[in-house]
Design a protein around this ligand. Structure first.
Ligand code: PLP
Length: 403
């Protein structure tokens, strides 16, 4: 008999994947140009040229046996040091190469970190709306997921609600800024509130409470907004990073964990990360891409495309009468469903060939996520469908909500 829990997980595809697969079938039926697929967070801009140049150079000028060999389990020492140096230089963070662990993307960073931190009975707080896979990752670490709503309309940390959720079992809080699905960027004030609440909780219950900062969208911010660097506000922080979005490399599976040198027992915590990586089989992240990303730290694909899409889409949908929150980062627009049931709204949108993801699984019922990491041309072509959808609900007027 194999694991019934894993069977159930394998049988239940994520809602995002369901809609994405529906979109692929529909594109075959009516032509790809007639389906407006806003379901999935696959970057639409190519990686920067520097990444391609780095790959070519590495392949042409490195001994292939060495290039494709195992690195040490936590990653190549030079790569880890380069990442720490980049964090020190760009964010004035107190990072150390020997506390960096290379991973196969943010999903691996999160599962390893949760396994390193949690024991059965622990609780991990997520701020809703949140990235749906956290439920799976937290369950895998045999911890309990506790949902705490972010502040309405702004999606910032609500200190009162967070403080009410912290108890003797709280091991960690996962934050994600810029956020999937809302596009919200946590402000300095939010990060200070978070730190105050967790410091008070740690004091009261006599053990550290960690922040797991899931940062795959760290560089994707627009309109002059700067995303404050979470680890600079709270010492017990573990950064979970991925190059999937910043360098448009989701299929290559590369990212890292950086344990803050200021965290209590940081060296033992790092060893627990190494142990969890080993136990989960996540050792020696893809070697070629470890070296390629080390040459592109701080670079991104062409973010102006996402910025343009953001403004185009937000201005149009609010003009048609939908209520949405203008995103400051990532590449998702969170839009309120005009009817209570966002699933019913998504079904109606499908009739206009518009594919959105209902907010329910993100812990945001009554809202939908629209991934605008698509071609600008597709957004332009989709606007009449958005207008028709709004008309079908008799919406009118401008519904802008700003942070
Ligand atoms: N965390 C968030 C908030 C995400 O949106 C994603 C992917 O979309 C991940 C983690 C997983 O990223 P990766 O593809 O690097 O595993």
């Amino acid at each position: 008999m194999f694991s019934q829990a894993m069977l159930a997980l394998g049988q239940k595809r994520s809602v995002i994947r369901e809609i994405f697969e529906y979109g692929n079938r529909r594109k075959k039926e009516i032509g790809p140009e007639n389906v407006f697929d806003f379901s999935i967070g696959n970057p639409s801009v190519p990686p920067p040229q520097a990444l391609t140049d780095a790959l070519i150079d590495l392949i042409q000028h490195t001994d292939p046996a060495a290039l494709h060999a195992y690195t040490s389990a936590p990653g190549d020492a030079d790569v880890r040091e380069a990442i720490a140096k980049d964090l020190r230089e760009r964010f004035h963070a107190r990072a150390r190469g020997d506390l960096v662990y290379m991973t196969a993307g943010a999903a691996a960073s999160l599962t390893i970190t949760l396994s390193a931190l949690c024991v059965p009975g622990d609780e991990v707080i997520v701020l809703t709306p949140f990235f749906t896979e956290y439920s799976v990752f937290v369950a895998q670490a045999r911890a309990k997921l506790v949902r705490v709503p972010a502040a309405e309309g702004t999606f910032q940390v609500d200190g009162g609600r967070l403080a009410a959720a912290v108890n003797a079992h709280t091991k960690a809080v996962i934050i994600n800024t810029p956020n999937n699905p809302t596009g919200a960027v946590l402000t300095e004030e939010s990060l200070r509130t978070l730190a105050d609440v967790l410091n008070a909780g740690a004091e009261k219950y006599g053990h550290p409470i960690y922040v797991i900062s899931d940062e795959p969208y760290r560089e994707l911010v627009y309109g002059g907004v700067k995303a404050p660097f979470a680890a600079n506000y709270y010492k017990n922080t573990v950064i979970c990073y991925s190059f999937s979005k910043s360098l448009s490399l989701p299929g290559e599976r590369i990212g890292y964990i950086a344990v803050s040198p200021e965290a209590e027992e940081s060296e033992n915590l790092f060893l627990a990360v190494c142990g969890a990586g080993r136990s989960l089989g996540f050792v020696c992240a893809p070697a070629l891409f470890q070296r390629a990303v080390a040459r592109c730290l701080g670079l991104t694909g062409d973010l102006s495309v996402y910025d343009r899409n953001r403004t185009l889409l937000y201005d149009a949908v609010t003009e048609y009468g939908f209520r949405a929150v203008k995103p400051d980062g990532a590449f998702y627009l969170f839009m309120q469903s005009p009817e209570r049931d966002a699933n019913a709204f998504c079904e109606r949108a499908k009739k206009q060939e518009l594919l959105f993801v209902p907010g329910d699984d993100f812990g945001g019922p009554g809202w939908v996520r629209i991934a605008y990491c698509v071609g600008t041309d597709m957004i332009r072509r989709s606007l009449p469908a958005f207008r028709k959808l709004a008309e079908s609900y008799n919406l009118s007027g401008c519904q802008k909500t700003s942070f």
